[in-house]
Design a protein around this ligand. Sequence first.
Ligand SMILES: Nc1ncnc2c1ncn2[C@@H]1O[C@H](COP(=O)(O)OP(=O)(O)O)[C@@H](O)[C@H]1O
Ligand SMILES: [Mg+2]
Length: 317
Amino acid sequence: MSDLSEVKPSSIAHIIGQSHVKSVVTVALDYAHQESKKFDHSMMLGGAGLGKTALSQIIAQEMATDFIDLLGQSINSVADLNAVLLSAQDRSIVFIDEAHELSKSLQTTLYLALDQRKILVHGGSNKAPISIPIADFTLLLATTDEYLLLQPLRDRMKLVLRFEYYSTDELSLILKQRITGLKWEVDDSVLHQIALKGKGTPRLALRLLESAHRVSRSLGDQDITQDHLQRACDLEQIDELGLGPTEQKYLQIISSGPTRLNVISSTLGLPSRTVSEVTEPYLIRSGLIAKDDQGRRTITAKGQSHLSDQCHIEEQK
Ligand SMILES: Nc1ncnc2c1ncn2[C@@H]1O[C@H](COP(=O)(O)OP(=O)(O)O)[C@@H](O)[C@H]1O
Ligand SMILES: [Mg+2]
């Protein structure tokens, strides 16, 4: 096996971190098994790459049932939704990623279908709609913003699983687990360096591992060294903390004093919403920037020291 995605975690015991989510899911699985019931409808909350899809696949495996994998934005009409609901069997796991992309009217159709265990299909212009029963499946909704889901739909989700960002040690363990499965040779110190640049997110850490592996193999090497990792970071244009070019430029912009969001976004050439939803969250979470009373963005002492470290590194190159 040489592909990173071929050695995904395959049982709940392989999931590293997320202890609260794991406890809730373990109780729900044991309950379902003891009572011979389906797994309860659940809502998974948290940023991209934290393991929502991986956990959903594991739930399907533990329940020994089929896994129907969908994306909110690919369900555009009642007919699309009906096709999904009709394809599910009793106990199937129907996973809808980015569920907040479902229109309000589809969310309504969905919770009514869950309540009534049937759907209405319109036969023709003057024919009465016919109702078709649907199976007793499990709905798993994943979203980054629960408040974009209608309250009645949220209320029908019996379990709420909140995914947290991972610590550096947890990311190191995830990387270690993955390289063991792949039989790649990587020093613990290199894994730790990758974990530090992973922004608390397994997908990002694994992506950097893959990138360093690509560099190593491109040179005909077997193991992954600090030099391979450095080259991978240069290619990916990420710095010591895993910040990309936009985040680095953001820090430079605000380093001269408190700055308004609209000024930052026009300097970066990005919509304000992208800056506040994509660029800023990690910078805030990691304490590199803060907002003042008037909502202006300021650089923290930590942010300032990161910026000067990067300047020294650039000068030494
Ligand atoms: N807790 C974990 N332990 C081990 N691997 C994980 C964990 N969380 C995520 N991963 C891995 O990280 C990658 C991204 O996870 P994914 O489930 O696709 O995230 P999401 O659906 O939340 O965007 C996958 O390769 C997954 O196997
Ligand atoms: Mg996903």
